[in-house]
Design a binder for this molecule. Structure first.
Ligand code: NCD
Length: 310
């Protein structure tokens, strides 16, 4: 039963509960118009203390497509935070106005803290360099739809594995599926944090390899998950500038990859995927964006516990 629950990190829901969300997403993808009144009379609050395009707008679009309404802010400057209000006071206030609340915050753990003070479901839309569970729902849904299943593959995760919260959530979530091998591709300074390596990869006996080389890894991959170097999390600009162009996927490099490999990216991209790659049939990142909205529609329905039968 997902009604009334919070989603702070991917493992808050069991594999079976995720499967329920994916099955409902399949139904929504098939006939979205059947769901266009499911949330009428309900209000979603979008509290974004950090910039966002896809996550914020996809939650907004999802709620509108379900017939609900959206309130919120898109930067801390335009809320009472700029007057010094605490997160817990903001959350208690928002709980008086809305039925479900999405929160993105630069501080790790902020959505968790909010959930402890909240009577309505809280969804973590990204907390600092920590977790981003709804991007993971998007990623898993995309893999499941295109590959037909979430097991038996080698995934290369490339770029900023240190600060990339989508990477941390995705590895955590994939650790529960069968026969998945990880190739973690990053510069030395942007390697996966030890807590993910020790607590997730090693503890669960997962097969993984760390490397700095994208080219030599490509031939082994079924999925390539590219990421942006997270400028906003660096302590100094010089380090960012030195590392920002560590990887660039282009058509020439793609010649080394399998014909049925799929390329994912949570977006936004900067330079890590050349725009010429968009035309390659393996590029699935814009399809991924679409699944992001549909899976969020399913998530909202489940957490609000509205009748999902059509
Ligand atoms: C990601 C994020 O915010 O962590 N974007 C997103 O939500 N799709 C990835 C990123 O910003 O690089």
């Amino acid at each position: 039963m997902l009604k009334g629950r919070h989603l702070i990190e991917p493992k808050d829901f069991s594999k079976e509960e995720l499967e329920e969300i994916f099955n409902l997403t399949d139904k929504i993808v098939e006939k979205p118009e059947k769901f266009n009144k499911k949330c009428s009379g309900k209000i979603l609050a979008n509290l974004f203390y950090e910039p966002s395009t896809r996550t914020r707008l996809s939650f907004e679009a999802a709620m509108f497509r379900l017939g609900g309404e959206v309130v919120g802010f898109s930067s801390a400057d335009s809320s009472s935070v700029s007057k010094g209000e605490s997160l817990s006071d903001t959350i208690r206030t928002v709980g008086c106005y809305s039925d479900i609340c999405v929160i993105r915050h630069p501080k790790e753990g902020a959505p968790k803290l909010a959930s402890l003070k909240s009577e309505i479901p809280i969804i973590n839309a990204g907390d600092g360099g920590h977790q981003h569970p709804t991007q993971t729902l998007t990623d898993l849904m995309t893999i499941r739809s295109i590959k037909g299943t979430i097991k038996n593959f080698t995934i290369g995760i490339c770029g900023d594995l240190k600060f990339g919260r989508t990477v941390h959530s995705l590895i955590k979530a994939l650790s529960r599926y069968d026969n998945i091998r990880f190739i973690l591709i990053s510069p030395e300074e942007l390697k996966i944090p030890d807590y993910i390596k020790d607590e997730v990869l090693i503890k669960n006996n997962l097969e993984f390899k760390e490397t700095e080389k994208l080219e030599s890894s490509l031939k082994d991959l079924d999925i390539l998950y590219m990421t942006r170097v997270q400028r906003e999390r660096f302590f100094n600009e010089a380090d960012y500038i030195r590392l920002k162009d560590s990887y660039r996927l282009d058509n020439k490099k793609l010649e080394l990859a399998k014909d049925d490999m799929i390329i994912l990216h949570p977006l936004p991209r900067v330079n890590e995927i050349a725009s010429e790659v968009d035309e390659d049939k393996r590029a699935k990142y814009f399809q991924q964006v679409k699944y992001g909205m549909f899976v969020r529609m399913a998530l909202i329905i489940k957490l609000l516990g509205v009748d999902e039968e059509c």
